[in-house]
Design a protein around this ligand. Structure first.
Ligand SMILES: [Fe+2]
Length: 193
C-alpha cells in the first residue's frame, strides 16, 4: 500500500489555491511549493501509474478537478523515450519524482522554417519546471537516463488530456493539432482508508 494521503492533501490544497482565484503568477509561486512537497517524497504513487511501456512514454491521469480548472498527471519514461516537440496552451508545472528528465525548449521561427532552440536543462528528482504561453510553452521532454525509468508529476491549468494543442516538426516547424487523452481507465482512490 502506498501513502496516497500525500496526493489527497495535494489535491485538497491545490483546489483551495484555485478556488482563491490565484492567477498564473501565484499558481507558479504557491503551487510550486505544493508540488515540490509532493515530489520530495517518493512513497505515494501506486505502481500501476508508474510502469513504463516498452515502446513509448505514458501519461496517467491521477486527478482532474470537477470543474476542469486543473489536472494532475503522472508521466512515465522508459530508457530513450521522449515526447514530440509540443505546446500546452495553459500553465503547467512539471515535478520530477523519480530519475532524471531532460527538457529542451523551443520557440517558433519568425518566418516558416526549423524550430528555434532556446535552451536545454536536466531535471533531477525533486526539480520543478514551468511552462505556459507566458513563460515559454514549447518543449520536448525526454528521459535523461539511458538505463532507468523516470517519472514526473505534472499539474496543468485545464483537463489537459482534453485540450486541443499542437506538436511541431523540428526541421520544418510544421504544426499539427493533437489531443493527448490519458492512458488509464481508472484513477487512484484518494479516499481509501
Ligand atoms: Fe510538456
Amino acid at each position: 500500500m502506498t501513502n496516497l494521503v500525500r496526493l489527497r492533501d495535494f489535491v485538497r490544497e491545490f483546489t483551495r489555491l484555485v478556488d482563491s482565484g490565484a492567477d498564473e503568477a501565484r499558481i507558479f509561486s504557491d503551487g510550486r511549493e505544493l508540488l515540490g512537497a509532493l515530489v520530495a517524497v517518493d512513497d505515494w504513487l501506486p505502481d500501476e501509474f508508474a510502469r513504463p511501456h516498452r515502446d513509448r512514454y505514458r501519461q496517467f491521469l491521477l486527478h482532474c478537478d470537477p470543474l476542469e480548472r486543473f489536472s494532475v498527471v503522472s508521466f512515465v519514461w522508459g530508457p530513450g523515450q521522449a515526447t514530440p516537440v509540443h505546446d500546452h496552451t495553459v500553465w503547467g508545472m512539471v515535478g520530477v519524482l523519480r530519475g532524471t528528465e531532460r527538457c529542451q525548449e523551443f520557440a517558433l521561427p519568425a518566418t516558416p522554417g526549423p524550430m528555434v532552440s532556446t535552451g536545454s536543462h536536466a531535471l533531477p528528482a525533486g526539480a520543478i519546471d514551468l511552462v505556459s504561453p507566458i513563460v515559454g510553452d514549447i518543449h520536448r521532454v525526454s528521459n535523461a537516463l539511458a538505463d532507468g525509468v523516470s517519472v514526473s508529476i505534472h499539474v496543468y491549468g485545464a483537463n489537459i488530456g482534453a485540450v486541443a494543442r499542437h506538436t511541431f516538426d523540428l526541421a520544418s516547424g510544421e504544426r499539427k493539432r493533437f489531443v493527448s487523452g490519458y492512458e488509464n481507465e481508472t484513477v487512484p482512490n484518494l479516499w481509501r482508508v
